[in-house]
Design a protein around this ligand. Structure first.
Ligand code: NAP
Ligand code: MG
Length: 488
């Protein structure tokens, strides 16, 4: 195993590294070999209170941060992007250690975040309101102002991108932040916090408090001085956050929750290409993606050929030591590993045909074989619930309308894909399927510049692109009385 130096394990509050008030720590585990990597300070309510006070002070109208020109906020973000690029290799290796994903992928994700930061750096001094021809003898305009102190609660599946998706637009908008990384992956969030300090952001602007959801996360959600919560994770916790936020002070919430996304493949598709796209759509990140297209609908004319191809590709997928050139590492932790194996068991019990995979790999670490089920029915658990693992469910359909109705028959609405050469089919699908992102002849392409988020129980609000920064801004309407105009 590669030796990676873990430099930061304390809470990051007010640009200082501090122990938790309780002095408690929690272990973070290497999912490749189940060893303890490090003990990290465990923040809870007392630490959240201190961090929120720091963020509130940094948001005071006379603070250094609030007095900074917008262009200078952009400059600080540009510096942060440069530092991430400087430390790319280290960040990738640290992410692999804590999360288990292949190091090449982890490094690539970190590199992407430098681009995202630069995109929002450019926006910092281009946050524009409107002048509005309002009725009456007035001059009216809107001002876009930062929403305030933001609580940001992260998942473990893409720790570096999630950190940056959250902080970059918030900082460009002029907000201050208290961020809680997922308990499974605190290390890169702390390494990034060190870069935030090095970039020169004033104390209290970004605070990072590792800890558990029901303690630290809940304290953030329930804090009266937090103006907004941005959350990515499960729908179940999203509900808790929304009700907590509404009970205390009607915080703004943006939620990016789960999915059970459909990918619909029509008879005219090239089977080999379609199977490749569908494979990537499910198995990327060991299936631990919110947009994973875990319902692969295939039209009856190519169904058998598709199933054979899908199995062939899955069998070839390389799984193993994430510090080598593999496509797939372990699942994140013991809990998710068992949960995924239980879904596989339920697929078999409910009568789906397991055409490849279906077992764990080895007996140390949380590795699972890429698994493909055929003949899956819409009411089976593996077709209804988010598995968050390397499990593809293939379902057969006959007509366009049937495919659209079945694609929409879910409480989720994060992503959907269609593979066809017929433009009318593709555009009709895009029109009738209710999801935040629709992909035609591709899948999971998420760009810095395009909004990402969900319909229905997949979330509220959007991240990335212009929409991403709007979620961190309040609109203030300014109306100025003009002198009454004399009659002529
Ligand atoms: P989760 O429980 O929703 O965790 C996401 C974040 O919310 C973590 O930081 C978590 O803290 C925190 N949290 C948990 N309970 C909270 C509470 N009561 N108040 C405030 N914050 C709270 O997700 P998970 O347990 O890691 O994974 C469970 C399922 O969520 C997965 O199987 C998958 O279906 C889904 N998921 C979706 C995404 C996505 O990208 N949309 C990402 C990850 C997981 P802890 O660190 O203590 O957990
Ligand atoms: Mg959890």
């Amino acid at each position: 195993m590669v030796k990676v130096d873990v430099k930061y394990t304390k809470l990051f509050i007010n640009n200082e590294w501090v122990d938790a008030v309780s002095k408690k720590t929690f272990p973070t585990i290497n999912p490749q070999d189940e060893s303890v990597i490090a003990h990290v300070a465990e923040g809870d309510k007392a630490d959240i209170d201190i961090a929120v006070a720091a963020a509130k002070k940094a948001f005071h109208r006379y603070s250094e941060w609030r007095k900074l020109d917008a262009s200078q906020r952009g400059r600080l973000l540009l510096k942060l992007a440069d530092l991430i690029e400087r430390d790319l290799e280290y960040l990738g290796q640290l992410e692999t250690l804590d999360n288990g994903k292949p190091v090449k992928q982890a490094t690539g994700e970190a590199a992407w975040t430098a681009q995202i930061i630069r995109y929002y750096a450019g926006k910092a001094d281009k946050i524009l309101g409107n002048t509005i021809p309002a009725d009456g003898e007035v001059l009216s305009m809107t001002l876009k102002e930062p929403v305030g102190v933001c609580g940001q609660i992260l998942p473990w599946n893409y720790p570096i991108p999630m950190f940056v998706w959250k902080i970059a637009p918030a900082l460009a908008a002029g907000c201050t932040i208290v961020l809680k990384p997922a308990e499974q992956t605190p290390l890169t969030a702390l390494a990034l916090a060190a870069l935030v300090k090095e970039a020169g952001f004033p104390p209290g602007v970004v605070n990072v408090v590792p800890g558990y959801g029901p303690t630290a996360g809940a304290a953030l959600t329930n804090h009266p001085d937090v103006d907004k919560i941005a959350f990515t994770g499960s729908t179940e916790v999203g509900r808790i956050i929304m009700s907590g936020a509404s009970a205390v002070n009607l915080k703004r919430v943006t939620l990016e929750l789960g999915g059970k996304s459909p990918l619909v493949i029509f008879n005219d598709a090239d089977v080999e290409k379609a199977a490749e796209i569908a494979h990537g759509a499910v198995f990327a990140n060991a299936g631990q993606s919110c947009v994973a297209a875990t319902r692969t609908y295939v039209q009856s004319g190519i169904y058998d050929a598709f199933v054979a191809k899908a199995a062939e590709i899955a069998k070839k997928r390389t799984v193993g030591n994430s510090y080598t050139d593999v496509e797939q590492g372990p699942q994140i932790d013991e809990e998710m590993f068992s949960k995924v194996l239980n879904y596989i068991k339920s697929g078999k019990e409910q009568g789906a045909r397991c055409v490849t995979g279906g077992e764990r790999i080895g007996n140390v670490g949380y590795f699972i074989q890429p698994t493909v089920f055929a003949d899956v029915k819409d009411d089976m658990k593996i077709a209804r619930e988010e598995i968050f693992g390397p499990v593809q469910s293939i379902l057969k359909f006959d007509t366009f309308d049937e495919a659209v109705d079945r694609a929409n028959d879910t409480n989720y609405g994060l992503g959907a894909g269609v593979i066809t050469n017929d433009i009318t089919t593709a555009l009709s699908f895009a029109k009738h399927v209710r999801a935040g992102s629709i992909w035609v002849n591709t899948y999971s392409v998420v760009a810095t510049q395009t909004p990402f988020g969900g319909f229905k129980e997949s979330g509220i609000g959007r991240e990335l692109g212009e929409d991403g920064i709007l979620q961190y801004l309040e609109t203030k309407t300014l109306t100025i009385s003009l002198p009454k105009q004399p009659a002529i």
